[in-house]
Design a protein around this ligand. Structure first.
Ligand code: NDP
Length: 330
């Protein structure tokens, strides 16, 4: 039995208010699981922002340890697929929401939720990618499956986590990338990731008014949803696809069916949470192959467990640039 640190979110049942602080826990506090992992790194995703705060309907039970992804070394395992010392990575499966997550020096999870760390990535790099980057890769793979058309590929919410990784992967695969951002000050950053065109958020939201505009984009990874997604559908090339990943700009979709009927546009929903093992492995192998590690480094902002309450608030306000990597042992 050994003590370890974790970010614990507690709820005051009387006021309904939640508070998050770093606490010392022991092995007996861990939830049931087949594999105990000595966590090395986790990250900050949009859902983590929700779970560090009042939960947004995601947290099943308090006290709670958020962190929807982590990478580390197996400490012990009752499942024959893993042995002590194996390096593993976890995304999805409602870990960090319904089950205690990666904002902890130790995690206890089902073996099915893990994948072995792919060759070519260390645990820190894997978390620089994290759920956001993993989802970006799933989105790129979905676009490839449906065929990327001529013309630049649009990436929305480009300076955020999903958008940054999607931009770097698409550029590395040789596509021209148009990065949509509401933060003009990120232009140099986005160009360093390989974007060839920077599109101001308003250019999509405010200038596209008709259900169909000129056929401009050969594909799109959309992390924003809402008005932005509705507008950009009418700018897609004939038969092009939009991989819809997120709703940072809203959950509503004030669109018409016209782009689907008259341009054969495909709207592909991307879910990283319930991906079967083989898909997860394939996506991680593609990440190790197709995402330049120098570009990944440019996206990284380091953090420790005690930085998380503030970072959780920042990501919900759309103020985090690139990827936050949490060293849980710092
Ligand atoms: P980030 O906060 O890092 O990035 C989101 C970006 O969206 C911001 O950086 C900003 O980019 C843009 N944005 C924020 N608010 C608005 C707004 N009101 N209108 C237009 N653009 C806005 O989050 P992530 O990249 O980690 O996640 C993006 C979305 O994807 C979230 O909704 C998240 O929940 C979802 N997601 C879904 C997954 C899945 O499995 N489907 C997995 C992971 C994430 P900029 O400043 O460049 O404009």
């Amino acid at each position: 039995m050994s003590d370890f640190n974790a970010l614990v979110v507690e709820k005051d049942e009387e006021t309904g208010k939640t508070s998050a602080m770093v606490k010392q826990l022991s092995d007996a506090d861990l939830p049931d699981g087949e594999v105990t992992v000595a966590v090395e790194y986790s990250t900050v995703n949009y859902k983590d922002g929700l779970c560090i705060g009042p939960g947004g309907g995601l947290v099943r039970k308090y006290p709670h340890v958020p962190g929807i992804d982590f990478a580390g070394k197996v400490e012990s395992s009752s499942d024959p697929r893993y042995k002590a010392g194996d390096k593993v990575v976890l995304t999805g499966w409602r870990v960090g929401e319904a089950h205690w997550g990666g904002y902890s020096q130790k995690a206890s999870v089902k073996a099915d939720w893990l994948v072995p760390l792919p060759e070519g990535l260390d645990t820190r790099q894997a978390m620089a990618v994290g759920t956001a980057g993993f989802t970006a890769m799933l989105a790129v793979m979905a676009l490839e499956d449906h065929g990327i058309k001529s013309g630049p590929v649009l990436v929305t919410g480009a300076a955020g986590g999903v958008g940054s990784v999607a931009t770097a992967i698409l550029a590395n695969l040789g596509h021209e990338v148009a990065a949509v951002t509401g933060r003009p000050e990120t232009e140099d950053y986005l160009k360093s990731l390989g974007a060839t065109q920077i599109v101001a958020r308003e250019e999509i939201n405010e200038t596209v008014k008709r259900p169909l505009e000129g056929e401009t984009w050969g594909g799109c990874v959309d992390a924003v949803g809402g008005e932005m997604l509705a507008r950009l559908l009418g700018q897609m090339q004939y038969g092009a696809s939009v991989a819809a990943v997120g709703l940072a700009g809203g959950a509503g979709l004030p669109a018409t069916v016209i782009p689907f009927l008259l341009r054969g546009v495909n709207l592909l929903g991307i879910d990283s949470v319930m991906q079967p093992y083989d898909n997860r492995l394939r996506a991680w192998e593609r990440i190790a192959r197709d995402l330049p590690m120098t570009k990944l480094e440019a996206m990284v902002q380091p953090a420790s467990l005690s930085d998380l309450p503030e970072l959780g608030r920042d990501i919900l306000k759309g103020q985090v640039k690139g990827r936050v990597v949490v060293d849980v042992n710092a």
